[in-house]
Structures are given as structure tokens and as C-alpha cells.
Design a protein around this ligand. Structure first.
Ligand SMILES: [Zn+2]
Length: 474
């Protein structure tokens, strides 16, 4: 089995080889270097943004599930037209303004159970690396100055257009783009460094006062953190052109080595079948959905269910179905926890668990097909329920199955394990024994502290004539 990923650059499904050199075993690969275009911190991120961020999270989780190590960076764009305009409007410093939305972004990620990545570079803290790239490009005669701004001359970079398929025919030599937002098709020289307008923050550089263009940030941060060619670069499909095309142009022209091995792009999210827009009232931030009473688990589940190269239609119906699906998983866990009869492991259970992990891995290995993987997971849930119905699952089988669910949840991140799953039954019985002994010795303080300890783990003790029973707190 080998992981295969569709590479936007080559438009082919390719066997994933971190570092570019095949190894015998996954553990032998160097950590997979990943760079994901992160949020521009001028406002609340919307659920379309979170589709991509949840995908990034799934990608790193799945790589770890497969045994790879990961080294992942996501940038925080904290200087651009929008952040500058927002700070000016509120009359606070750019840093104060962007700090507020950066904090909100991290809170939202936590709510969606998105794992922190290894690096969160900020654009404003990577100016030195940007200056270095511009200096390299200057040496090669690939840039020019106009009205105090520095532009990259794309006509001089012959590989321009490989990622997005724009042809050299489209290139308008000498025409320039100044804003941070671009039209879709119009190929023009882009600003690496911008002359400051009135009231804008600026940095002093060898090229004069100014502030970075948008594209240079990502190239600079990749260079600063990883040094050389990275394995994976991710982003939404809307970033292929011009943002990622321009990143390639700057980085490869400056350092004469490939920028990225695998480009992965996540498709758009639609809401109720339409493109999200404020005028259609179908524009939602994560917090809008939480305010409507939807659970973060259901939102995460729904964002994960479509293949990343397909559009995801986000609907309220879909959110309700997601909640139902999660309930099936919760019910299975409750049933597993209720099993009382002790017996050795049942080979049939072990075989079913192994078969599940194998076919889950085979499916998701095929271009990160998590939608297929979730389908296989629910077949497994169904079969385990049938085994419980047939009384074929003992306490040791149940513990084995819960371990498999935990392993799977390192990828999913949406299974809720009630406390009981983390304390094994032998441990509970031993504590009850200890408590009974304490009570006999009239050490009631100790007995009470044991009862409280169990209660914290969701176990309620009932003292009956027949002895002490325990139940799981509902
Ligand atoms: Zn970027």
C-alpha cells in the first residue's frame, strides 16, 4: 500500500515520496514538510475557509496515522490591504487589530478540533526573508521599480504558468498589478514590495520604505522555515492563480531549485447549492453556526465528508445528518461500555478490526479519499453492532474495539469518548475493592476519596445488599 496524491502541478495521481527519494519503510522518511496558506486576520474566518483548514488538519493527521512524521507551517497574513484598512477604521495599530483576529482564529480552530501545527509564522515577522528573496531576484535582473514599488517581471520567468496553465500568450508584458486582490485571468507583473501610501505601516529596506506584497510572504516563510524544496503546499483552488503561480515564480527564480513537490488544492464550499455571499444570506462564520445550536463535531464531520477535489455542498440538512451519524458512533461506544461478560479476545472481532484498518487505509491512500474511508468506517460500526447483538463481544473485545476507534479518531477528530473509555474495568473493580477494605477499616475519608475519584471519571457507585455496583453516569 502506498499513499497517492493528485498533484496540481503535474495533473497526475502520484505516489507520495517525501524528500523525493523512495525509502523502504515509512519510518525512514524525513519529516514531511507542509506549508498551508493561512488566514488573513482581518475578520472572522467563514466556513468556506474552514473547509480548507479542516482538510489541512486531516492531511497531517492522516500522514501521522500512516507513520510519517510531519513538520507543518501555516502563515498568518497580518499585513495587506484589508488588515491595514481595518486597523485604520478602528483607529488602532495594525498589530492590535490583527492580534484580535489571530486569537479568534486560533479559538475557532480549537473549537473544530484542528490540531496546532508546528509553525505559525506572521508576515510582519518575516520581512528579513522577503528582503533576501527580492535581493536575489534583483541580482538576476528579474525585477524593476516603478513609483517606489518593486515588481516581478513575469515575462522573464519562462516557466510561468505551469501550475495554473495560463500561457505566455496571456502575459501582458510590463502591465502591473498593485492591489492585493487580483482578477482571475489577468496576467500581470505583481508587486513584491509596495511603496507606502499615507497612513500605511512601512518597513525600511534596501529598496526603500514600504510593505510587502501578498505573494512574497509565503515564498519568504517557506524559505525561512524549511530552507529548501518542501514536500506539500496546500490551499484553496482560488489560490492556484495568481497566488501560487507567483509563489513558484519568485522562489524558483530566486533560488534555482524546485519550490514544492506536491501541490494540493481544496475545492470550493457551497452553501445550500450556491456560492457563499453576504447578499444571499448564506454566508456563515463558524460562530454563526454555533449560535444556531449546531455542534462543532457535526460541523467538523460535515466539512470532512466530501473528497477535497469535489465541491462540498454545505446544507443544514447535511448538518442534521452529520449529528445523526455521530449519534450512531456514540451509541456504539455506549454499548461497548455496557458489556459486562468477561472472556478472552474473540478472533472474529480481531479479524474484523484488522480488515477495517486495512480497507480504510487502502481507500484513504487513494488520493486522500476520506469520504470513502468514512463509508468503510460505518460498515465497521454496523458489523460490530451485529456482533454485540449476537453476544460475541466480551469486555476484552470491547476494549480492543475502543482502541481501534481511538486509532481511527486520530484521523477523524470527531469521535467523543466518554470518560469511561479511558478507565478500564479492572481498574474500577480494583478501586471498589480498595474502597470496601477502607470502609471495613472505618477509614471513611479514604473510602469517600475513592468514590469521588471514580465519580470524576463518570462512574457512580451504588452500595446494595449484594455489594457495591457501579454504573456509568449518563
Ligand atoms: Zn500563500
Amino acid at each position: 500500500m502506498a499513499l497517492k496524491i493528485f498533484n496540481t502541478l503535474t495533473r497526475r495521481l502520484e505516489t507520495f515520496t517525501p524528500g523525493g527519494i523512495p525509502k523502504e519503510r515509512i519510518e525512514d522518511y524525513p519529516p514531511v514538510t507542509i506549508y498551508s496558506c493561512g488566514p488573513t486576520v482581518y475578520s472572522f474566518a467563514h466556513i468556506g475557509n474552514f473547509r480548507t483548514f479542516v482538510f489541512n488538519d486531516f492531511l497531517r493527521r492522516y500522514l501521522k496515522f500512516r507513520g510519517y512524521k510531519v513538520n507543518h507551517a501555516m502563515n498568518i497574513t497580518d499585513v495587506d490591504d484589508k488588515t491595514i484598512a481595518g486597523a485604520l477604521k478602528e483607529g488602532i495599530s495594525l498589530r492590535e487589530y490583527t492580534d484580535k483576529y489571530t486569537t479568534i482564529f486560533f479559538e475557532d480552530c480549537k473549537t473544530l478540533n484542528i490540531e496546532p501545527v508546528e509553525h505559525y509564522p506572521r508576515a510582519t515577522e518575516s520581512i528579513d526573508a522577503m528582503i533576501d528573496i527580492i535581493a536575489q531576484l534583483d541580482k538576476k535582473g528579474l525585477i524593476y521599480e516603478k513609483d517606489g514599488s518593486i515588481y516581478f517581471s513575469i515575462a522573464k520567468f519562462h516557466r510561468y504558468g505551469r501550475l495554473s496553465n495560463v500561457t505566455s500568450m496571456d502575459i501582458k508584458a510590463g502591465a502591473r498589478y498593485d492591489a492585493d486582490e487580483y482578477t482571475k485571468e489577468d496576467v500581470r507583473d505583481f508587486a513584491l514590495w509596495k511603496a507606502p501610501k499615507d497612513n500605511e505601516p512601512y518597513w525600511d529596506t534596501p529598496f526603500g520604505k514600504g510593505r510587502p506584497g501578498w505573494h512574497i510572504e509565503c515564498s519568504a516563510m517557506v524559505r525561512k522555515i524549511f530552507g529548501t524544496t518542501i514536500d506539500i503546499h496546500t490551499g484553496g483552488v482560488d489560490l492556484i492563480f495568481p497566488h501560487h503561480e507567483n509563489e513558484i515564480a519568485q522562489s524558483e527564480a530566486a533560488y534555482d531549485e524546485p519550490f514544492v513537490r506536491y501541490w494540493i488544492h481544496v475545492e470550493h464550499l457551497l452553501v445550500e447549492g450556491s456560492k457563499m455571499s453576504k447578499s444571499l444570506s448564506n454566508f456563515f462564520t463558524l460562530r454563526d453556526l454555533l449560535d444556531k445550536g449546531y455542534s462543532p463535531r457535526a460541523i467538523r464531520y460535515l466539512l470532512l465528508t466530501a473528497h477535497y477535489r469535489k465541491q462540498l455542498n454545505f446544507t443544514f440538512d447535511g448538518l442534521n445528518q452529520a449529528a445523526q451519524a455521530l449519534l450512531r458512533i456514540d451509541n456504539l461506544l455506549a454499548r461497548l461500555n455496557d458489556i459486562k461478560h468477561a472472556a478472552a479476545l474473540n478472533q472474529q472481532v480481531i479479524d474484523r478490526c484488522n480488515a477495517f484498518i486495512t480497507s480504510f487505509t487502502e481507500t484513504v491512500d487513494d488520493d486522500l479519499n476520506i469520504a470513502g474511508g468514512i463509508g468503510i468506517f460505518f460498515d465497521f460500526v454496523h458489523d460490530i453492532n451485529s456482533m454485540i447483538d449476537a453476544n460475541s463481544v466480551s469486555t476484552s473485545d470491547a476494549a480492543y474495539i475502543v482502541d481501534i476507534l481511538r486509532k481511527t479518531d486520530t484521523v477523524f477528530g470527531f469521535i467523543f469518548f466518554p470518560e469511561i473509555s479511558t478507565i478500564n474495568k479492572e481498574e474500577i473493580e480494583a478501586l471498589i475493592e480498595e474502597r470496601n477494605k477502607a470502609r471495613k477499616e472505618k477509614n471513611f475519608a479514604k473510602a469517600d476519596s475513592i468514590r469521588d475519584k471514580l465519580l470524576q471519571k463518570g462512574i457512580i457507585l451504588q452500595d446494595t445488599k449484594e455489594g457495591t455496583r457501579w454504573i456509568v453516569k449518563s
